[in-house]
Design a protein around this ligand. Structure first.
Ligand code: F6P
Length: 505
């Protein structure tokens, strides 16, 4: 990292941050500075960073850091499809999947989307018979995005009933197929590399389940979603049912590509296009909004302030909406697999904390489980609340009112605290939170929200100087599992050897 950046980090760490209550008292224009709406045409999203310790002075320092770390230039390179993933010598072209970026990459992604839309329409028209169920098999980035979006937007299962199976534990597959009629099931095998052990084993077992249930041609029920179409073909899947995507799209950034097939199946082609259009709107904002009003950039400033200057080791995300209950799971992979790194882009050591640990849950449940620690524990944890103004259920409006009032009450309580003569009953307050309020949870808003998180993760990485697009850290465990599987236990430490023996492997 440059000495210029080091000096700015030092200034950020030494900055005499004022208490949140004082920041509001001192500045009438605080909301205007730190609360912004993203206009999506017929809907919008409000991002409120005002309950964090950012102020004009800190914003100035982070702008200096952004300049020293060439954030704007790196963003332009990302969006132009430059080879920004240097350790793997390739671009990171997930934005092209929603129409943002170099013309060639966008054209190629568009053609693949048309192909997928044609397959979805053919299934709708009954080409594969009376299909009702889609068993989506994938893991990590090949599961978490589709699972989040299907769970958020297709709870009624109106078009197709979708199950996403990721875990290699057969209990997961067993549970999913127990509610499916095999004669009406399609199996989507989602794997960027088409080599992932868990996914291929689950896929084989799903084929066996189809066969054992009397489906004559189980292979005729398979759809492959992959950046390695030749491997899917070798595996026996017909070329017409292989939906490829570019290997420049990272797994955790791939929900926009054919990995989003179950989303298109669950919601229809139009809604999947709206989901991508929402992301494109966030791309356009990220590309052009000035840094002081640029939402992913402001969010990254907040993240870095707490992770670096306040040394917070975690950040907590609470969705005050049942439809977004899987958001923390999705963000864990996005942020921790992207930015859990120990070296800079040039391979030299990262000398400051990398990604905070992301955890969270759903409100109001979490209030009755973990919020005690947030209010009175000794850890300082920046909290993010996500809610939607409009509900989507048939019950009394009171449900949603209570949900939202609780969400806003928590942010207020964390910030203001409450003094008491009794230390047990005293709340220190001055605890930061960010609130993201969607107007409604629809494909376009969710597309914009997920793209916001992607760009925020990228901005964090650029300001630290790391590469968010590789994940070499996950390889060693895979290698060792393979050796154990091959009974090469002689090489293991005594503890691992004893465990292998105890389990009878
Ligand atoms: O093991 C980590 C990982 O490589 C993730 O990055 C990826 O999303 C997941 O495994 C699944 O990989 P694939 O899509 O190639 O099956």
């Amino acid at each position: 990292m440059s000495t210029e950046a080091d000096a700015i980090w030092q200034a950020i760490e030494d900055y005499p941050a004022r208490p949140l209550a004082k920041l509001f008292a001192d500045d009438d224009a605080r909301l205007e500075m730190l609360s912004h709406r993203l206009d999506l045409g017929d809907t919008d999203i409000l991002f409120d960073f005002s309950k964090t310790h950012l102020d004009a002075g800190l914003l100035g320092l982070f702008h200096d850091l952004a300049k020293a770390m060439h954030l704007a230039g790196m963003r332009d390179q990302l969006l132009a499809g430059a080879k920004i993933n240097i350790s793997e010598d390739r671009a990171a072209e997930h934005p092209a999947e929603r129409g943002t970026g170099a013309a060639d990459a966008v054209r190629q992604a568009d053609a693949l989307h048309m192909r997928m839309a044609a397959l979805v329409s053919a299934i709708d028209e009954g080409v594969f018979g009376d299909i009702k169920h889609v068993l989506h098999i994938g893991i990590g980035g090949s599961a978490l995005g589709p699972k989040l979006i299907v769970d958020a937007l297709a709870r009624d299962g109106d078009r197709y009933d979708i199950a996403v199976v990721s875990n290699v534990d057969g209990a997961a597959l067993s549970e999913a197929v127990s509610r499916f009629d095999p004669s009406r099931t399609l199996v989507a095998i989602a794997s960027k590399t088409f080599t992932t052990t868990e996914t291929l084993l689950n896929a084989n077992s799903a084929i066996e389940w189809l066969r054992a249930s009397g489906v004559e041609d189980p292979y005729g029920r398979l759809v492959a979603l992959t950046a390695a179409p030749e491997k899917a073909a070798e595996w026996g899947i017909d070329e017409t049912r292989i939906l490829p995507f570019s290997d420049t799209v990272g797994g955790r950034y791939s929900v926009w590509s054919s990995i989003g097939f179950p989303v298109a199946m669950a919601l229809g082609n139009e809604a999947f296009a709206a989901f991508r259009a929402g992301a494109a709107a966030m791309d356009a904002h990220f590309a052009s909004a000035p840094l002081e009003r640029n939402l992913p950039v402001l969010a990254a400033f907040v993240d870095l302030y707490y992770a670096q200057a306040r040394r917070c080791q975690t950040r907590a995300v609470f969705a005050y909406d049942e439809r977004l209950r899987l958001l923390p799971d999705f963000l864990q992979q996005l942020e921790m697999e992207s930015n859990g790194k120990r070296v800079l882009r040039d391979g030299s050591a990262l000398t400051r904390p990398s990604s905070p640990i992301v955890w969270g849950g759903v409100g109001t449940d979490a209030q009755h489980a973990v919020f005690q620690l947030l209010h009175q524990g000794t850890h300082l944890t920046p909290v993010e609340f996500i809610a939607a103004r409009l509900p989507d259920h048939e019950f009394d409006a009171e449900h949603h009112q209570i949900l939202l009032t609780n969400c806003f009450a928590q942010g207020s309580a964390l910030m203001t605290g409450k003094a008491s003569d009794d230390p047990q009953r005293s709340y220190p307050g001055d605890r930061p939170s960010t609130t993201i309020l969607l107007d409604t949870i629809d494909p376009k808003s969710l597309g914009a929200l997920v793209a916001f998180y992607e760009h925020r993760t990228f901005a964090n990485a650029m300001l630290l100087g790391i590469n968010p697009f590789d994940q070499f850290g996950v390889e060693l465990g895979k290698e060792i599992a393979k050796s154990i599987g091959e009974r090469q236990s002689g090489d293991f430490d005594p503890s691992t050897r004893a465990l292998i023996e105890a389990a009878g492997l």
